[in-house]
Design a protein around this ligand. Structure first.
Ligand code: BGC
Length: 748
């Protein structure tokens, strides 16, 4: 470039910069809310002031984004077709539409859409990510699916499922993060933060107590306030504190008789007052039942009203209710304000989404890393795993392991990159069909053992499978439980898989079972098999991840985020509530376990589960020592060391539990032990690490509904260090002074 050209270029550059700044300034003059120097609160106030009544009403009513044959499924043209939702923007004010997509494992297309499905990367199921006990991975996974949402033109992701696993048959357990409030809240919070790092909004859902699918539209989950605050609500509270999600999605069910999306207690009192939540509440699709009650009791936005609710409650009827003074104008202003505040605070306004190509190769690595740490080694007799590469004949059996890995069903299902590996299975309509990601465990096994003869039997004929097993050096049998939204699952494997596994194991004791399930299942064949891996629904690269764990290329480092029961009669409800109730008939579920969810129930009742919460074997061994606990100014700090005493590198997940000295439920304690912290540690052979954890005082406290405070009773507490909730390695007492925390306490 000669000098004149260089000067010209520099001048153009300067002018260019000047004119961009000029435009920005001009914009700030005409649109003061566009000023990024103002706070989200100030910008939201200015925006709402500038809005007409109709513009405010535009923001509080959403459409379904998926056209279908019935006229009520007819989204506006600007919706992203095949998506979950669309809320029009206000172009005059520079406010973009809200383009909403499901959900927690990636960008999910509505199955009945007439539009071509979006093929996208799928993370392992939510419960799988929880099983990593690794918040960094949850954050990375969230950041990855959030980037795919953004690059697909979405600025609201309906992720963040944090309902506690109270009912192991709940068909949506796979979307959630297990049974413990701290683990679930931390893991889901990390995922939400990752999603929102893309300048888009994530929800946290389904608020609250949507803990089973049977009767989800009609049942009432009944629980006392104190028990609620120490269990499911605490999981939401932790997730919200970690991530500040832009939106909370209220659930379908009723709580203590009142629908979640018009529940003053849940929405106005707990969420918006006690927790001072500043975002907006959106309804679940078909979750609205009124205009005045819903608006006055805290719902801010009706989702897909014309498609799923009995009326468009937040359209014309809301306008009329405000005009008639049944819903105060200030409430409508607050609804609009909360929505635009979230859009501003999370960058939706300043960083408009654009559709861009997606790097599926890079994203596959993110989901694979998650899947590898999610897989839980439940049993490993005689070090059958990791698999030796000396086997000459390997049998791979069942669950379409020749072509892919299973995904959970319903609104969260991501259409696989490369298409569904097994078509024609499951319900034709929602929540089907059954989807398999085309990541073949068989091929991944074969690739690691090129000299071996790897033969496949589909498992439909147990005798043929047993014959193949008998003629093999080792057997890997895959078993599945398909779980899906709108259905509850059975804990007994379907399609005769228990008999298949028993037949195969009888023919060859060197049998490894790989489970692809949404949550806990019963294992009547457990004593007969050599090893069991719980692989959950492992996502886009699940086959590869399973093989890496089978061959010990990575340690088996997942730990159970939920108890696996030994039998149905160990459950608070041996019979699933509502299973005999006629469809659409209301029924009550009085939570017998209160706040003693999952392992806390087993501890209280003295049940021995099949596998306890926190369980998971490693390919190496760890020694635990030096446990100390100190209480200073009411805060308990715990320290300990973990050493890898085996010959392989591995990952430990030391867990700290706290509870009263006398585990009788005395003093208002609902359970002997609560998870108070953990750390996932990567340790080379011989390496050790000291860990120090601070215990959130709410985990030592009981909630007192009368005074609305968290009360830590003075006295002695037991601090336990465990490799699971039942495998305790050391215990020390700690004396804690009395402490009272306000309901607004948020850990800071
Ligand atoms: C589900 C939500 C989902 C919504 C939109 C509902 O059926 O419960 O989790 O986000 O549909 O698809």
């Amino acid at each position: 470039m000669n000098k004149t050209n260089l000067r010209g270029a520099m001048l153009a550059l300067m002018l260019g910069t000047a004119s961009v700044a000029g435009i920005a300034n001009a914009q700030v003059t005409t649109r003061p809310w566009a000023d990024p120097k103002l706070s989200a609160d100030q910008r939201a106030d200015l925006l709402v002031k500038a809005m007409t009544q109709d513009e405010k009403l535009t923001l509080v009513y959403g459409y379904f984004g998926s056209p279908q044959t019935q006229p009520k499924f007819h989204p506006p043209a600007e919706a992203r077709m095949g998506s979950a939702g669309y809320v029009p923007g206000i172009a005059r004010l520079g406010l973009p539409p809200q383009w909403e997509t499901d959900a927690g494992v990636g960008v999910a297309t509505q199955r009945d859409s007439t539009d071509p499905y979006r093929e996208r990367t799928s993370l392992p199921s939510g419960i799988a990510t929880a099983a990593t006990w690794n918040p960094d991975l949850a954050h990375k996974g969230g950041a990855m699916i959030g980037s795919e949402a953004r690059d697909s033109g979405f600025n609201v992701m309906l992720a963040g499922g944090v309902n506690l696993l109270r009912e192991p048959r709940n068909g949506r357990n796979f979307e959630y993060a297990g049974e413990d409030p701290l683990l679930a809240g931390t893991m889901v919070g990390a995922q939400i933060a990752g999603i929102q790092s893309n300048h888009i909004i994530s929800t946290v859902k389904h608020y609250a107590f949507n803990n089973q699918e049977t009767g989800r539209m009609v049942l009432s989950a009944n629980i006392a306030d104190d028990q609620a605050r120490m269990s499911d609500l605490l999981a939401f509270e932790f997730a919200i504190e970690h991530a500040d999600p832009g939106s909370v999605m209220c659930a379908y069910n009723r709580i203590n008789g009142v629908y979640a999306c018009e529940n003053d207690y849940l929405l106005n009192q707990v969420l918006k007052t006690d927790w001072a939540y500043k975002g907006y509440v959106m309804s679940d699709w078909g979750g609205v039942h009124s205009t005045v009650d819903a608006a006055n009791h805290g719902l801010d936005q009706e989702s897909a009203g014309e498609s799923f609710d009995k009326q468009k409650f937040f359209e014309g009827p809301l306008k009329a209710a405000v005009a008639a003074g049944q819903v105060p104008q200030a409430r409508l202003d607050d609804m609009a304000r909360r929505i635009v505040r979230a859009m501003v605070a999370h960058g939706v306004v300043d960083h408009p989404v654009t559709i861009k190509p997606i790097d599926f190769t890079a994203n596959a690595k993110v989901t694979q890393a998650d899947a590898e740490e999610a897989i839980v080694l439940l049993k490993n007799d005689k070090a059958l795993l990791p698999l030796a590469k000396t086997a000459k004949k390997i049998a791979v059996i069942g669950s379409h392991a020749d072509v892919g890995v299973m995904a959970g069903g319903g609104s969260s299902t991501v259409t696989p990159v490369g298409g569904n590996a097994v078509s024609g299975l499951g319900p034709k309509g929602f929540p089907g069909p059954i989807v398999y990601h085309p990541s073949s465990p068989l091929k991944a096994i074969q690739a690691r053992n090129p000299g071996a003869q790897v033969r496949y039997a589909d498992g439909t004929d147990p005798a043929a499978a047993a014959k193949l097993a008998a003629d093999s050096d080792l057997v890997v049998v895959f078993a599945h439980q398909w779980a899906a939204e709108a259905l509850d699952a059975s804990l007994t494997l379907t399609d005769g898989q228990d008999a298949l596994i028993a037949a195969v194991a009888a023919a060859n004791p060197k049998t490894v079972v790989v489970l692809e399930t949404g949550g806990p299942v019963l294992m009547p064949w457990l004593d007969k098999v050599g090893a069991v891996l719980e692989a959950w629904y492992p996502g886009t690269r699940g086959g590869e991840a399973i093989a890496r764990v089978l061959y010990g290329e990575v340690d088996a480092s997942g730990r159970l985020p939920a108890t696996f029961p030994a039998s149905l009669d160990q459950l608070p409800y041996p019979k699933l509530p509502g299973q005999d109730v006629a469809k659409d008939t209301r029924f009550e579920v009085d939570y017998a376990e209160g706040a003693a969810v999952g392992y806390k129930w087993y501890d209280l009742k003295g049940h021995t589960p099949l596998f306890p919460f926190g369980h998971g074997l490693s390919y190496t061994s760890f020694a635990y020592g030096g446990l100390t606990a100190q209480a200073r100014n009411g805060t308990v700090t715990v320290s300990f060391q973990v050493k890898n005493i085996g010959a392989r590198a591995g990952k430990a997940v030391p867990q700290v539990y706290v509870g009263p000295q006398i585990a009788t439920g005395a003093g208002g304690w609902e359970a002997p032990r609560r998870l108070a912290g953990w750390k996932k540690l990567a340790l080379a052979p011989g390496a050790s690490q000291t860990v120090t954890l601070t215990v959130d005082p709410r985990l030592l406290a009981t909630f007192d509904s009368k005074t609305k405070t968290w009360i830590v009773a003075p006295g002695d507490y037991q601090v336990s260090l465990g490799a699971s909730s039942r495998d305790l390695k050391a215990q020390v007492p700690v004396t804690v002074a009395a402490r009272t925390l306000p309901v607004s306490y948020d850990g800071k």
